[in-house]
Design a binder for this molecule. Structure first.
Ligand SMILES: Cc1cc2nc3c(=O)[nH]c(=O)nc-3n(C[C@H](O)[C@H](O)[C@H](O)COP(=O)(O)OP(=O)(O)OC[C@H]3O[C@@H](n4cnc5c(N)ncnc54)[C@H](O)[C@@H]3O)c2cc1C
Length: 405
């Protein structure tokens, strides 16, 4: 059987842990569960789309950053960077596992207002306290290092070129799935259409085929469909599919040095892609919730918003040619754009792994590890993820993260 293939029939009718969604978060959780010395239960991962063509993971831009405003998000990404760069070691020294690097061009946040500059200063303090190497730059300092930017309107910039930039998520994703399968995790092709629960416990899920599978604990790792999955258990979850557009392009005059992932005050971001190509991302001003099957492009966004914004910031990008474009979905947590993890307070064997908005890929190592710890011990053994628990959602108390892209 190919290392990444899904079976169509489960081997058992009962599992200790069932995970709905086998993309980045589901695969991370399954693999980290197999790492737990105190756990030897049966694990089943179920995915309705084993091609991953419609999930967030399949449309990602695959970058990691340390520049967050909350210390917990910085620590989560620090573990992410460590995991990526020591993948083979984490996989027990398996010689088949590649050595990965982060392409450290950094994220360049640009502020064009005093309030924006103050926010960068406040986040900088948090990041430095956590050991990140973020630097605040005046416009003159930015121009000295990156002469291609037009900076007339800019008050302050913030950049960190350690553990920030592109990484090969596919290698990590592949190895989580491959290793998990080798350790006995089953990956099943199928759609969960019902979650059967009574007396404060989930007892089973029902697939579209009618098959019923019993579970000890259930993890909702269903990305932009997370609210639909939660609704099957009678839970209201503020997670919506929001469209995010990506374009890659070449420039008539390529830049003479690597372009950091530049977070422009216009809301557009643009970065180096391959040696001579670039990648831009944006969303519509209105940003409505969309159907999870809607991947239609809106060409006016490029023409009217993205291209003008990047050509204004980087005048060399006036002559560019679009090479590829696609639309994907953030699983947007509309309360605070942050992760939702841990158990439901009443349905206690139903766990959330949702709402990662635009930073879930880099969080997958820490979130998978933490969820596995909770499943086995009912507590966290490494990073405390309780600030992300569902309780804050129920109480309507946001856990604020201001560095949202
Ligand atoms: C354009 C774009 C750019 C991004 N860039 C970055 C970035 O640079 N850095 C970063 O850290 N993050 C980034 N993200 C976010 C990141 O990609 C996501 O947070 C992450 O991939 C989420 O993974 P997931 O496993 O939670 O969800 P998904 O990848 O969406 O997977 C959910 C899975 O659940 C399955 N599923 C759903 N419902 C059911 C059901 N009822 N039964 C069975 N299976 C079901 C789906 O088929 C799917 O495979 C980006 C996202 C987008 C869209």
């Amino acid at each position: 059987m190919p290392p990444n293939s899904y079976v169509s029939t489960p081997a058992y009718d009962s599992y200790d842990v069932v995970i709905i969604g086998g993309a980045m978060m589901g695969a991370a959780t399954a693999w980290f569960l197999t790492e737990q010395a105190d756990f030897d239960g049966r694990i089943l991962v179920i995915d309705r789309d084993p091609t991953y063509e419609k999930c967030s993971t399949g449309h990602t831009n695959s970058c990691i950053r340390q520049q967050f405003s909350s210390a917990l998000n910085v620590r989560i990404s620090q573990f992410g960077a460590d995991f990526i760069q020591n993948l083979r070691q984490y996989m027990g020294g398996d010689a088949r596992v590649p050595h990965l690097k982060i392409q450290n061009y950094g994220y360049m946040y640009l502020a064009d207002t005093d309030a924006g500059a103050d926010a960068l200063r406040a986040s900088h303090k948090v990041q430095i306290a956590e050991g990140a190497e973020t630097r605040l730059l005046t416009p003159d300092q930015i121009a000295a290092e990156y002469p291609f930017y037009a900076l007339d309107d800019i008050k302050l910039g913030s950049i960190n070129t350690k553990d920030e930039g592109y990484w090969d998520y596919m290698a990590v994703f592949d190895w989580w799935r491959r290793s998990a399968r080798e350790r006995g995790v089953e990956f099943l092709a199928g759609e969960v259409v019902a979650i059967n629960h009574a007396g404060g416990k989930v007892d089973s899920v029902t697939l579209g085929s009618g098959t019923r599978i019993a579970c000890g604990q259930l993890v909702n790792a269903s990305g932009p469909r997370a609210a639909r999955t939660a609704a099957m258990a009678g839970i209201q979850l503020p997670v919506e599919p929001r469209k995010r557009y990506t374009w890659t392009f070449s420039a008539a005059q390529p830049l003479d040095r690597e372009l950091p992932l530049t977070v422009d005050p216009s809301g557009v971001h643009v970065r180096q892609d391959s040696k001579d190509t670039y990648m831009a991302g944006a969303h519509s001003h209105i940003d409505p919730a969309v159907d999870p099957d809607d991947f239609e492009m809106d060409h006016s966004i490029w023409q009217d918003h993205v291209w003008p914004a990047i050509a204004t910031r980087i005048p060399q990008f006036e002559a560019i040619k679009v090479l590829r474009e696609w639309a994907g979905h953030y699983a947007m947590n509309t309360l605070d754009h942050n992760a939702i993890t841990g158990p439901h307070p009443e349905l206690t064997n139903f766990l959330f792994l949702n709402g990662f908005s635009g930073h879930g890929l880099q969080q997958a190592p820490a979130m998978g590890r933490g969820t596995a710890e909770w499943l086995v011990h009912g507590s966290y053994r490494t990073l405390d993820l309780t600030p992300f628990h569902f309780d804050r959602i129920a109480a309507g108390e946001p856990y604020i993260e201001t560095a949202i892209i």
